[in-house]
Design a protein around this ligand. Structure first.
Ligand SMILES: Nc1nc2c(c(=O)[nH]1)N[C@H]1C(S)=C(S)[C@@H](COP(=O)(O)OP(=O)(O)OC[C@H]3O[C@@H](n4cnc5c(=O)[nH]c(N)nc54)[C@H](O)[C@@H]3O)O[C@H]1N2
Ligand SMILES: Nc1nc2c(c(=O)[nH]1)N[C@H]1C(S)=C(S)[C@@H](COP(=O)(O)OP(=O)(O)OC[C@H]3O[C@@H](n4cnc5c(=O)[nH]c(N)nc54)[C@H](O)[C@@H]3O)O[C@H]1N2
Ligand code: SF4
Ligand SMILES: [Mo]
Length: 704
């Protein structure tokens, strides 16, 4: 008998509400839930594929232990107690021999999409007390968090574009038509954009590729990768020079900003970025004149050489035009579980310690993942001997991933908490699988707090967990207790009987905007209204004001000066700049096992402007060799005039094994991993990897 239940998609930041049809424990259909107050019926092809993940025979259902190494490795299913003991022993043993920093952790993207990590995983990580904590944050949004901490006093006080009311929207280095928004939870971006334009609003996009988002914008300009900082500084320059700045009363440092941006003219920006000076001036005037405007920059701005300065300049454009904390501008959410207001998450700190080998500063307790490999390979006190990865695939996701994969073979012990064997977890001694999204309760502690509207939603598990399966929070709690016992600290056994449901209920009560009972009565979600002005009251800075020119950020202007000298930086001989991209049917480095998402035209090609192909005597579709300072990959090229000449694009997450290799390691791969080219030495001041704007050369591959 078929039955309809409400679920939630946790695959991207849009957190769409779902209607799931279940027949005898099997999912027979997934649709968007039209009654959800945030997602309003939206769904994308990935949401439907949640059922494929659940049914996938390749997915791990029980813990496995590796026997043998490399190509000869085989995997044995083992019981939970044995597996948890092995992992605790492997990690604790490394600490006993090498000290607490001998264990490293890598926390991957799906952790932020599971409530169990927030409520229980953090305790496991704290129990390890290692300074070698790494996560996807340092290949993603670290600059946003550093800037939020410096300006607003807390790393997660991130103003969100008020897209439903804005009249002018400037988007740099983001492609919400494919990504469905990031640090801006915006399910159904296309419909909200249509509404914006029907109101007479405009969207302008700056991106080195004419993306899906650029194609539906009112205006798009190519920008040379890595040069946005000059465009943004020039916009600030114009605001000051033309007397257009209208800062709120609670900011300091306006004069200092005026001095700092004085040298950065639109002409300088145009020379290096390709965005014409008159366009920079006009956009600035439009921004200042609009009745509610928002400037927004994402991956293309953060994961490049000047990520922190770019995100700082984005905030300053919003602040100085009076658009921060204004309806139609950018606003802070008022989440129903306010982990920031309750200080359940720390505000941030920088440089409290440094990485052992390269001396890179920590931010908010984590080190740049670009430094993980050297910490494993370099002998000496504090060397990483053991690694725990949690829902992450850093071999495909982080700079020079191939070399990291090789380094993993040198570990004394590695464990992974993951639902698949893949490029990273295949190196583990033990893999602990958890239940999947449809089998666990969910409340989104992260993305309700980053959404374009204040809503709250409690979603009980759609499907019963298989017998003998563990939820992630149970795995974290069981491991934490075992380690605490080994380390001689009071074991937190209480966590074993404190499920996320209770933890969420407590957070909702402490915040006081709604309750679990109310959410359970409205499983479609509760609407708490549009975003509202709440500043300066919510600032967490010491003096309750915003310092617009924090030295930690503005000192990096020296590097901008040194990088962009008078003569435009001429690309080296035949050099191209490589950028990334996302596709609606891809999900970072995984979800390759679902035919629903992988059929159709291949999506892994290197995109290149036809003129750049012609200059190299290459034909559309040819096999090419792409080379960077750190590596070489082979793939196929596609001629696309949507690319800015001189710029090429590869998606990340490819170079993965062919699916259908249950408990085995495939030798065939699909596409190439862009992170075999990205360079761990290219970092922003925050420590974030500069994945974009990577210098590469491209030539024809020799015939096979
Ligand atoms: N060159 C380049 N590199 C990039 C990016 C880019 O744009 N360009 N993007 C970066 C960004 S923004 C991010 S966030 C990272 C993402 O990179 P990672 O942090 O490595 O995350 P994913 O690639 O999403 O890998 C997710 C892993 O979690 C597992 N998994 C999925 N669901 C679950 C679950 O419910 N429980 C558990 N335990 N495991 C699960 C999957 O099997 C997979 O191994 O990649 C970064 N890397
Ligand atoms: N379908 C799908 N959706 C996803 C994901 C996914 O893998 N697939 N991943 C999720 C995750 S983890 C994240 S973090 C978000 C990311 O969400 P977005 O940031 O919206 O996604 P990207 O497609 O990486 O967009 C980056 C854009 O920056 C451009 N770019 C590159 N370099 C530069 C530059 O120097 N300057 C400028 N101005 N632009 C540049 C690229 O051409 C690209 O269009 O997406 C999330 N949503
Ligand atoms: S947009 Fe994101 S949250 Fe919504 S269905 Fe697609 S992957 Fe899931
Ligand atoms: Mo991300």
């Amino acid at each position: 008998m078929s039955e309809s239940r409400l679920g939630v998609c946790n695959l991207c930041e849009a957190i769409c509400g779902l209607q799931v049809t279940v027949d005898g424990g099997v999912v027979t259909g997934i649709r968007g839930n039209p009654d959800d107050p945030l997602s309003r019926g939206h769904i994308c092809p990935k949401g439907v594929a949640l059922a494929d993940v659940h049914a996938d025979p390749d997915r791990l259902r029980r813990p496995v232990r590796r026997v043998g190494r490399g190509a000869a490795a085989t995997w044995q299913e083992i019981g939970w107690d044995e597996a948890l003991d092995l992992v605790a022993e492997g990690l604790a043993g490394a600490v006993e021999r090498g000290g607490r920093d001998a264990v490293a952790v890598y926390l991957g993207n799906p952790n932020v999409h599971s409530v169990g990590f927030a409520t229980h995983g953090t305790t496991l990580v704290r129990t390890l007390r290692t300074r070698n904590k790494f996560s996807a944050t340092s290949v993603d949004q670290m600059p946003h968090q550093l800037v939020a901490w410096q300006l607003y006093g807390h790393q997660l006080l991130l103003p969100i574009p008020d897209i439903d009311r804005t009249s002018w929207f400037l988007v740099l280095g983001a492609n919400p038509m494919a990504s469905n928004g990031s640090l801006m939870t915006v399910p159904d971006f296309p419909a909200r954009l249509r509404a914006l334009r029907e109101r007479g609003g405009r969207m302008v996009v700056l991106d080195p590729r004419r993306t899906e988002t650029a194609k539906v914008a009112d205006e798009h300009h190519f920008v040379r990768p890595g040069s946005d900082v000059l465009v943004l500084l020039a916009m600030l320059h114009v605001l000051v020079a033309e007397g257009l700045a209208t800062p709120p009363s609670y900011v300091d440092g306006v004069e200092r900003v005026a001095e700092l941006v004085a040298p950065y003219t639109p002409e300088l920006a145009a020379r290096h970025s390709g965005v014409p000076a008159d366009v920079v001036r006009r956009l600035t005037r439009e921004l200042a004149a609009a009745d509610g405007a928002a400037v927004y920059g994402r991956m293309g701005l953060s994961t490049q050489g000047f990520g922190t300065l770019c995100q700082w300049a984005v905030q300053l454009l919003n602040v100085l035009t009076g658009n921060l904390d204004r309806e139609g501008g950018t606003l802070l959410t008022e989440p129903a579980a306010d982990t920031v207001g309750l200080r359940a998450v720390g505000p941030g700190h920088f440089g409290a310690w440094h990485s052992r080998v390269r001396g890179l500063p920590e931010f908010a307790g984590e080190l740049p993942v670009a430094a993980l490999r050297e910490e494993i390979e370099t002998p000496g006190e504090g060397q990483v001997r053991a690694l725990l990865t949690v829902a992450g695939n850093p071999v495909l996701s982080t700079p020079d991933g191939r070399a990291l994969g090789e380094a993993l073979e040198g570990l004394e012990f590695m464990a992974a908490i993951d639902i698949y064997l893949n490029e990273t977890t295949r190196h583990a001694d033990v893999v602990l699988p958890t239940t999947t999204a449809l089998e666990r309760d969910h409340y989104d502690l992260v993305f309700h707090a980053l959404a374009v509207r204040n809503t709250a939603r409690w979603t009980p598990a759609v499907l019963a967990a298989a017998e003998d399966a563990r939820h992630d929070w149970q795995v974290y709690a069981e491991l934490a207790v075992r380690l605490q016992e080994r380390f001689g600290v009071e074991p937190r056994r209480d966590l074993l009987t404190y499920p996320p449901r209770q933890a969420v209920s407590d957070l909702l009560d402490a915040t006081g905007r709604t309750s679990l009972a109310e959410l359970e009565a409205h499983p479609e979600g509760v609407d708490l209204g549009p975003l509202r002005p709440t500043l300066p009251g919510r600032l967490q800075t010491d003096d309750g004001r915003i310092d617009l020119a924090p030295a930690l950020v503005t000192d990096d202007l020296e590097r901008v000066r040194a990088t962009f000298t008078e003569a435009p930086a001429a690309p080296g001989d035949g050099q191209l700049l490589l950028v990334g991209r996302r596709h609606q049917r891809d999900c970072n480095s995984w979800l390759h096992n679902t035919t629903r998402l992988t059929r159709g035209r291949p999506r892994h090609h290197l995109l290149m402007h036809p003129d750049d192909l012609a200059a190299r005597g290459l034909a559309d579709g040819a096999r090419v060799v792409v080379t960077s300072r750190v590596g070489t990959v082979e793939t196929e090229v596609a001629a696309v005039d949507d690319m800015m000449p001189g710029v090429v694009s590869l998606p990340h997450g490819y170079g993965h094994q062919v699916p259908g290799t249950r408990l085995g390691i495939a030798t065939a791969v699909v596409g190439a991993s862009v992170n075999d080219l990205t360079d761990p030495d290219r970092l922003d001041v925050s420590g974030n990897a500069a994945l974009n704007g990577l210098p590469v050369t491209v030539r024809a591959a020799s015939p096979a």
